[in-house]
Design a protein around this ligand. Structure first.
Ligand SMILES: O=C(O)CCC(=O)C(=O)O
Length: 270
C-alpha cells in the first residue's frame, strides 16, 4: 500500500477542467494503479459483503432498487483502512479543482456493488437528496476492477446539470421513465463508456446519470466518495428526504450554517 499514491496531486489539464464544467462529469484515466487499489478492494469488499442487508434474499425476490446494487454508506467509519481511500488527498484535490472551490469536505461515502445478474440503476439526480445551499457537490465513482459495458458502468447525460429534469423525483421506475423521455426529447447525449482499472469518474450533484445491468459473472465493485465545497451551508428550506440526510450526515449543523460537523471533515484545502 502506498499512501503517497493516494495523496499526491493528479495534474488536471485546463481542457479537462473546461470539459467537466461544460459536461457536468468527467472520466479520468490512471487515477490509481492496480497495486494502490488492491488493499482497498479487499477491505471494502469484505465490509460490503458482511454488511449486505440482502445477503439472504435472492435477486429475484428483491424490488428493482435492491436488485440494482448493494449500498453500504459511511464505509470510512467502519475501517481505518477504508478511511484512507475515502480521505485520499489526490481525489479530494481533483474534486476541489473541478468544482472551482478552494477546499472540499466529505459529505459521505458509499460502496455500490452490483452483483452478477444485478439490475440496472435507474436514471436519477443525486442532489435532490442533499440539504445543500449551493450546487458545489461532486461524486467520485471509483471501480475496483475494469467495468466493461455489460457490467454496468456509470453513464451520464452530457451537460444535463443545466436542465431542470426530475429534480424532485426519487430514484425509481418513474425517474427512469421521465428522464429517459427528456433525454430523447431534448437530445441530451448519453455517454456510456467502459472503465479501465484505475479510471475514476466525477459527476456533479445535478448531473443525470444511470447504469446498465451487470450481465457478467463477476461483481461490479465500486466505492464512491461525495464531496462538497468546504464553505457549503446547510439549506434553510428542506424536503423530508433532505431532512433524513441532514440527520444522517451532518447532524450538528443548523440550517444556514457551514457544514462543519465532525462527519464532514475538510479533505482538501490548499
Ligand atoms: O453505481 C451505480 O450504479 C450508481 C451510482 C450513482 O448513482 C452515484 O454514485 O451517484
Amino acid at each position: 500500500m502506498s499512501m503517497s499514491a493516494l495523496d499526491t496531486p493528479y495534474p488536471l489539464t485546463a481542457e479537462q477542467i473546461a470539459q467537466f464544467r461544460a459536461d457536468g462529469f468527467i472520466q479520468l484515466p490512471n487515477v490509481f494503479d492496480a497495486d494502490t487499489l488492491a488493499p482497498y478492494d479487499r477491505e471494502i469488499t469484505r465490509i460490503t459483503l458482511e454488511a449486505n442487508p440482502h445477503k439472504d434474499t435472492p435477486l429475484a425476490d428483491r424490488d428493482a432498487y435492491h436488485r440494482a446494487f448493494i449500498q453500504i454508506a459511511q464505509v470510512w467509519q467502519r475501517s481505518t483502512l477504508a478511511r484512507e481511500l475515502t480521505f485520499s488527498r489526490r481525489l479530494a484535490r481533483i474534486a476541489a479543482e473541478l468544482l472551482d472551490v478552494a477546499g472540499v469536505r466529505l459529505w459521505h461515502d458509499q460502496a455500490l456493488y452490483k452483483e452478477p445478474g444485478g439490475g440496472s440503476t435507474f436514471w436519477h439526480v443525486d442532489q435532490q437528496y442533499w440539504p445543500m445551499a449551493s450546487d458545489r457537490s461532486v461524486t467520485a465513482w471509483i471501480p475496483f476492477q475494469a467495468v466493461p459495458v455489460d457490467m454496468g458502468p456509470l453513464s451520464f447525460g452530457r451537460s444535463s446539470h443545466r436542465f431542470d429534469i426530475a429534480r424532485n423525483v426519487a430514484i425509481s421506475e418513474e425517474s427512469d421513465r421521465i428522464i429517459a423521455r427528456a433525454v430523447q426529447e431534448r437530445e441530451i447525449e448519453e455517454i456510456a463508456a467502459p472503465f479501465a482499472l484505475g479510471d475514476v469518474s466525477f459527476h456533479l450533484g445535478w448531473t443525470l446519470h444511470r447504469a446498465g445491468a451487470n450481465q457478467t459473472e463477476q461483481p461490479r465493485k465500486v466505492h464512491t466518495v461525495i464531496y462538497m465545497d468546504a464553505d457549503m451551508r446547510l439549506s434553510v428550506d428542506m424536503t423530508d428526504t433532505q431532512r433524513v440526510d441532514w440527520e444522517a450526515f451532518s447532524p450538528t449543523t443548523q440550517p444556514g450554517e457551514i457544514m462543519d460537523d465532525p462527519l464532514n471533515p475538510i479533505l482538501y484545502s490548499p
